[in-house]
Design a protein around this ligand. Structure first.
Ligand code: FES
Length: 242
């Protein structure tokens, strides 16, 4: 069996599925199934338990939800303009994949893991050294705003181009969260595309998982049905932006 024909469900209740990428929406998302993993389809909901509606998102505001694991944070962003389409990206292992673009009526809504591809700096309830810097705001990590900046070693990523690395110590993009936008304006997370770093993440931050999630096993659980989506200012105590 060729790898691209591979279809596998991993674990009981662990609803990660590796599929032939071109089966999803008839689009080629990745040249290799290892760069594209579907998980439970999860609806983005606000803190009141109401559906997040794409047209209600404030442009250029950092929103955070956890997906596909209980402890893996992601950014949700409504960018000021529609994104590029079908961007070819590469992991540090030179695996190629294609990011198809933003969703919503304006094709400007994107989501990425809020875990830096360099050394795993990430958003947590105590602080955030990684976040989107709006277009009109200056950053020392890049020539202009409109980028996701990791302040730990000043990496900048382009959210309009699949979180491609623009500057700093990494050439690897942030993994993207594949979103669906439905006719009723709701948003759903369905998959992770790109180098997700989850394996290293779960190895590296055991004490943190204990503090916030009651241990690594609980932190690794998959999110099901819905994911609470809140502004970064509500998710974390301190935001550090350079
Ligand atoms: S950890 Fe993000 S730039 Fe180094």
């Amino acid at each position: 069996m060729k790898r691209r024909d591979f279809l596998k469900v991993v674990g009981v209740g662990a609803t990660m599925i590796v599929v032939q990428p071109s089966m999803i929406g008839q689009k080629l998302y990745a040249s290799d199934g290892s760069m594209f993993k579907t998980y439970d389809k999860v609806q983005l909901m606000d803190a009141q338990g109401d559906p997040v509606l794409a047209s209600n998102l404030e442009k250029e505001k950092n929103y955070v939800f956890n997906y596909p694991h209980v402890a893996t944070p992601c950014f949700l962003l409504a960018l000021p303009e529609k994104t590029s389409k079908d961007i070819k990206l590469k992991s540090e292992d030179a695996e190629e994949y294609i990011w198809s673009g933003g969703v919503g009526k304006e094709n400007n809504i994107v989501a990425y893991t809020a875990i830096c591809s360099h050394q795993l700096t990430h958003v947590n309830p105590a602080d955030s050294f990684i976040s989107y810097v709006p277009k009109k705001q200056k950053t020392i990590a890049y020539t202009e705003g409109g980028v996701i900046v990791c302040g730990t070693h000043l990496a900048a990523f382009d959210p309009a181009k699949g979180a491609k690395a623009l500057s700093g110590p990494t050439s690897e993009p942030l993994a993207s969260i594949v979103l669906e936008h439905h006719d009723d304006d709701t948003l759903w997370a369905v998959a992770v595309l790109g180098p997700d770093k989850f394996h290293s993440f779960f190895k590296a931050f055991k004490p943190e998982f204990k503090t916030y999630f009651g241990g690594k096993r609980k932190a690794k659980k998959f999110v099901t049905a819905s994911a609470q989506t809140v502004p970064l200012t509500e998710y974390t105590k301190e935001i550090v932006q350079y």
